[in-house]
Design a protein around this ligand. Structure first.
Ligand SMILES: Cc1cc2nc3c(=O)[nH]c(=O)nc-3n(C[C@H](O)[C@H](O)[C@H](O)COP(=O)(O)O)c2cc1C
Length: 196
């Protein structure tokens, strides 16, 4: 996996986390899933508003089918094997302490992304894999889950134990490998926005 090398020393967990699509049929128990969500709980957020919400479902339950049905056909083709699906939702408004009127929280999506990343890193540290899905019908999923107004359905995260690529439809097998990244110099610059 030479392409997935860090150019500066970092904890190996960051390179080891990646998003496979092939999952074994191993089940994930709710107690273990809650450890992933517990990690998410400790993410930082603007005002400590904690705008993230998670609706989870284990494979074989009606809740799982409810989420799966809203995914695009390609995403369904592999995510149906996931052990759990977690819908990541953010709350747009936040009521500052001591006030009555909710205000728009411009950081709700940013903070919820951080919480979601914490969940995925904990899953990876525990020997499971997570794959984020943005390709789904947001309106339909919001309806299926009875998500109230003021909340935005952001992504679905599929969780499972990594399986062999032969479990995948043929078209997806070639993509089943860890991806690389842009060089750090294209992403981080000292003092000013020095990117071309
Ligand atoms: C917000 C978001 C949406 C994504 N949507 C999809 C998706 O709909 N289908 C899919 O197969 N992968 C999806 N991915 C997975 C990305 O393609 C993957 O994370 C990226 O290529 C980096 O690879 P890695 O996670 O293995 O490091 C999504 C990832 C993110 C963060």
């Amino acid at each position: 996996m030479s392409e997935r090398e860090s150019h500066h020393p970092i904890d190996p967990q960051f390179l080891q986390r990646w998003s496979p699509r092939a999952f074994t049929d191993e089940r994930l128990d709710e107690a273990t899933l809650l450890t992933f969500l517990e990690a998410a709980r400790w993410a930082p957020s603007g005002f400590n508003a904690q705008p993230w919400r998670f609706v989870y479902a284990l494979r074989g339950t009606p809740g799982f089918a409810n989420i799966l049905a809203t995914l695009s056909p390609t995403n369904q083709s592999w995510a149906q094997r996931a052990a759990a699906l977690v819908t990541v939702i953010s709350q747009q408004r936040w009521t500052p302490p001591g006030q009555d009127t909710p205000k728009l929280n411009g950081m709700h999506a940013f903070d919820t992304g951080a919480a979601s990343a914490y969940m995925k890193l904990q899953a990876s540290l525990s020997g499971w894999h997570a794959h984020t899905v943005g390709g789904f019908d947001r309106e339909a999923l919001g309806r299926n889950l009875a998500v109230p107004e003021d909340f935005v359905v952001q992504v679905v995260v599929a969780l499972g134990r990594r399986g062999d690529r032969s479990l995948l439809p043929e078209a997806l097998q070639a993509r089943e490998q860890p991806s690389t990244r842009l060089p750090l110099a294209s992403l981080a610059a000292a003092d000013r926005f020095g990117f071309s």
